[in-house]
Design a protein around this ligand. Sequence first.
Ligand code: FAD
Length: 558
Amino acid sequence: MFKRLVDSGRTDIAITIFEQKKKLGAGMPYSAEGANDEHITNVSGNEIPMLVTALSDWIKSVSKDTLDKFHIDPQRFNEYKVLPRLLFGQYLTAQFDLLQKQARELGIPYKVFYHSQVTDIIDHPDRELVVVEINEEKKFEFDQVIICTGHHWQHQHEGKVPGYFDSPYPPVKLALQLDHPVAIKGSSLTAVDAIRTLSRHNGSFSKDHQGKVSYQLLDHSPNFKLVLHTRNGMLPAVRFHLEDSHLSNDALLSAEEIALHMAANHGFLSLDYIFEKDFKLPIKEKEPEFYAQIKDMGLEEFVAAMMDLRERLDPFQLLQAEYAEAEKSIRRRASIYWKEMLGVLSFALNYPAKHLSAEDMQRLHKTLTPLISIVIAYIPQSSCEELLALHRAGVLDLIPVGDDSHVEALAAGGAIYSYRDENNQEVTQYFKTYVDCVGQPHLSFEDFPFKSLLTSRTVSPAKLKFFSADEGRKAMAEGKDVTQDQHKDYYLKVSGITINDHFQVVDAYGAFNERIYIMAVPYIGGYNPDYSGLDFSEAASAAIVKRLFLQHEPATCP
Ligand SMILES: Cc1cc2nc3c(=O)[nH]c(=O)nc-3n(C[C@H](O)[C@H](O)[C@H](O)COP(=O)(O)OP(=O)(O)OC[C@H]3O[C@@H](n4cnc5c(N)ncnc54)[C@H](O)[C@@H]3O)c2cc1C
């Protein structure tokens, strides 16, 4: 967002940044809050938006000590490599510094307040300004506010129940020697983060002369084990060579095409339409053989076919096979196009998703999202090698637990995991240590942190209209969170707050707010179902800055 404002070159604006920590740029995933030395990004330089300096150039300026610490040879580093998250955080901080320098050179006034937590935001429509409260004490007035508060991990039992962790972050808390099995909920990137930390404190990895990784337990932890629990019993797919950054994919529907389609479809975006146009059609050209297999499949059929393939194979065998496939893709710099397009589809769907009908949003969550979350998690190669080594050493297992599994925290410590096994038998197992690794949850409307915006009804719960009143009635009868308005239309409540296409908050009467924008993903997940990444920040900030400057044309403009 700051880069967008600096790039505008507008000297008639004044920017103020409030950061609760003492550093800009690194945020949660790329600082000690979200990473230790062993944690790596799942994107490489070529997949991230350009800031000021390319990552591969910046690496050359990093001190030898730092590079040695992370085992990086600057001569061999290229834009296709993933890198340690803490090092990436240093890059982002350095880029923020360079952007500040640019702002100074351009004469754009800006201020940064560190150790300044925004504790409330109060909108004053009558005065056309917004008050921002810092550390429950000082108040500042602004014409516009953009909320970029990022990740938030809620604490439920952690700190009260010994051995129970609501998330693996900050990961330093998992630097534990544990001579017993550890239960992990989830099997995707968040679980991989927990695995990378816990495995290092209870054993060690080594590589033979052919590069094969193996794992040995340490003497103090002979009974250490990691037990992953997932609803579908699957591991995520392996990172391969990605051809396009999502934004540069020109095969996608334009905003105008989407608007025309919606106008002809009672104002709704059709999930089937976007699946055909933003997924199947681009594949036709690039991967005709795969297209021939899927051309007659609807969304549900496609997802079932792809899931079936995964369900039939042992997850670790599949991981091994996908590792080999991904290695070939990376060596040849050739994408596995349908998997890349699934990521692109998720990205493309993110922005207009608020225009889906409630029926289509439910289909999205039921069918496409589980496949997307597996395929586009993109486990980096080194994490994949470690997972396979841990499994070979008998230290890593994966248990399918179904939708009705349950975790109960015990006051005395640890948790009981209850689920039905493959033979439909009830299993209850006690674990002394439990880590919830389902990832950043979509937070509800009630969790919104800036309470004055809730009490003044400046923000409202996100909801989606049902295309068919019958379906709405049915969903209401089933006990889903459905409401009916004065026009007798049915709406499904989804997580988070209502926003418009420019990321402006929308009030309880349906009016968007000219002053308040939000791009903090946990609070807008109902309308932005995609897994956020740096490409999201690029797209969201573009939409915001466009609207921001439309409202405030410079005085000198003709
Ligand atoms: C563990 C993890 C790993 C990830 N890895 C990748 C990856 O490899 N590649 C990728 O593309 N995406 C990744 N992501 C996705 C991630 O969402 C984005 O890459 C990016 O970090 C989001 O940036 P953000 O600025 O929105 O949020 P954050 O990084 O969370 O930054 C928010 C900032 O706001 C500050 N803040 C919060 N609340 C307040 C307040 N009330 N007052 C003042 N300041 C406040 C915080 O201190 C922080 O500096 C990862 C996410 C997680 C959780």
